[in-house]
Design a protein around this ligand. Structure first.
Ligand code: PPE
Length: 304
């Protein structure tokens, strides 16, 4: 982490990077119950702006509520803390990672009295799947791992423990020479990437899976709203891997991944193996929006 001389907000105050430590008996480290967010801020002509901060804060609190974590800080306090951490670190553009977790105290899974702790770290973060990936598209494979589906996971909550399968899927894909993985749900329908939602384009229509087994991505929502404004038809429905193999275009989206074209799935070349036309258009608009160059979506920006 190149940001070592900077500050991290922890349990109510900004402290030095090197001091932002936890005890080895931190409950969440042993049992995997924590919630987090991933938010980006961008440099705009009016200064640094946080993209869809309110929606990320809402999801953070919803995630916590789903798993009975009661935040010791209000939404207002965390909104201010995020801004303060960005300002203190003089971060012009980058990534914001709030995390809420159970601290040390009692061990055993029922540690109801342990403190609930909150931290916020920020750092500069370039493109998630590489600059080249943004431009030329990434090569992906269907994972041998299944996205934990409704019934065995709480997919709407952004839980630390949900990311075990994501990590394994990513490792498997990279080991096999791919850039990224794509997980199917338990019934065999396309679900999402390890850290991204997915869209495909067929005959000019945009398709994305419903949120019955996947994270309700904020970037996914942004793309749907941008596409609707551009008069691109959006259909939310399940689709299969073979439909994806013959799609005209496909792309991943997420806070970290932004809009990343997919040029190959399991050896099948999508379209001509380049960033598709609709993907490119949506990607350009998305970057204009986050950088404050599109007044139609200015309400999505929070200036620090
Ligand atoms: N699905 C998953 C599983 C996921 O982790 C993310 C975000 C998304 C969809 C897209 O959600 P949204 O960011 O609200 O559009 N993944 C975060 C973590 C990535 C990481 O490696 O860490 C992110 O993009 O910040």
């Amino acid at each position: 982490m190149e940001h070592k001389n900077k500050k991290i907000w922890m349990d109510g105050s900004l402290i030095d990077y090197d001091q932002a430590k936890v005890h080895i008996l931190t409950h969440s480290l042993h049992y995997g119950l924590g919630v987090f967010e991933g938010i980006r801020c961008y440099k705009t002509s009016q200064g640094t702006s946080i993209f869809r901060l309110e929606e990320h804060l809402d999801r953070f609190f919803h995630s916590a509520a789903i798993v009975y974590l009661s935040s010791p800080f209000s939404k207002e306090a965390l909104r201010e803390a995020i801004k303060e951490t960005i300002r203190e670190n003089q971060l012009e553009a980058g990534y914001i990672r709030p995390i809420m977790f159970i601290g040390d105290g009692a061990m055993g899974i029922y540690a109801k009295g342990n403190p609930v702790r909150v931290a916020i770290a920020v750092w500069p973060w370039g493109s998630y799947l590489g600059e080249e990936g943004l431009e030329k598209g990434v090569r992906i494979r269907i994972s041998s791992y299944i996205r934990q589906s409704a019934g065995i996971s709480l997919h709407l909550a952004k839980l630390t423990g949900n990311y075990i399968i994501s990590q394994l899927a990513k490792r498997e894909a990279v080991q096999d020479g791919y850039d990224e993985a794509l997980l199917l749900d338990q019934e065999g329908f396309v679900a999402e990437g390890p850290g991204e939602n997915i869209f495909m384009v067929r005959d000019g229509v945009l398709y994305t899976p419903p949120t019955d087994n996947i994270l309700e991505g904020i970037t996914r929502d942004s793309i749907i709203k941008i596409a609707e404004r551009e008069n691109i038809q959006v259909v939310v429905r399940r689709f299969t891997r073979d439909e994806l193999y013959i799609a005209d275009e496909a792309f991943f989206c997420g806070t970290a991944a932004e809009v990343t074209p997919i040029r190959e799935v399991d050896g099948h070349i999508i379209d001509s193996g380049r960033r598709g036309e609709v993907t490119h258009r949506l990607q350009q608009i998305y970057f204009d929006v986050v950088h404050g160059r599109n007044p139609a979506f200015s309400s999505w920006l929070t200036y620090v």
